[in-house]
Design a binder for this molecule. Structure first.
Ligand code: RB5
Length: 144
């Protein structure tokens, strides 16, 4: 189950990603802002990330104008490793090496085609574990 959330700057891109989920039979919960609403990205980050921490969702896709604000907010939540990506190499390696559980995208930064590639790579790349687990554990230690 994928949790998706967005603020008012990212409604259109959210709708495009939701369409991609539907086409690919990916189960999702849309926590995001709808057309004509104004939503604050920290609130959106919390809603979606809480669902990941509780186990209701496996991963989060978070979108705001830059992707940066929502990633800063998401990374305040214990158990969340959020990566703001605008290239597929980073989206792939943040799964392989960081076991990132939230992908943040800037709707004013990347176009629809790249955004869907980012989501696809992020959702289909498994954490490598091994030596990277120790480093992820060190990140978790920073939360204490
Ligand atoms: C909202 O206008 C905008 O500030 C927000 O979407 C985001 O870009 C913040 O990082």
């Amino acid at each position: 189950m994928i949790g998706i959330g967005n603020d008012h700057a990212a409604v259109e891109l959210k709708n495009e990603i939701v369409a991609y989920f539907k086409e690919n039979n990916i189960e999702y919960i849309d926590f995001g802002c709808g057309e004509g609403e104004v939503c604050d990205y920290p609130d959106e980050a919390k809603l979606v990330c809480d669902s990941v921490v509780s186990g209701d969702c496996d991963k989060a896709i978070l979108i705001c104008g830059t992707g940066v604000g929502i990633s800063i907010a998401a990374n305040k939540i214990k158990g969340i490793r959020a990566a703001c990506c605008s290239d597929t190499f980073s989206a792939k390696y943040t799964r392989l090496h960081n076991d990132a559980n939230a992908l943040c995208i800037g709707a004013r930064v990347v176009g629809e085609g790249l955004a869907l590639e980012l989501v696809n790579v992020f959702l289909n790349t498994e954490f490598e574990g091994g030596r990277h687990q120790r480093r992820v554990d060190l990140i978790t230690k920073l939360e204490k």
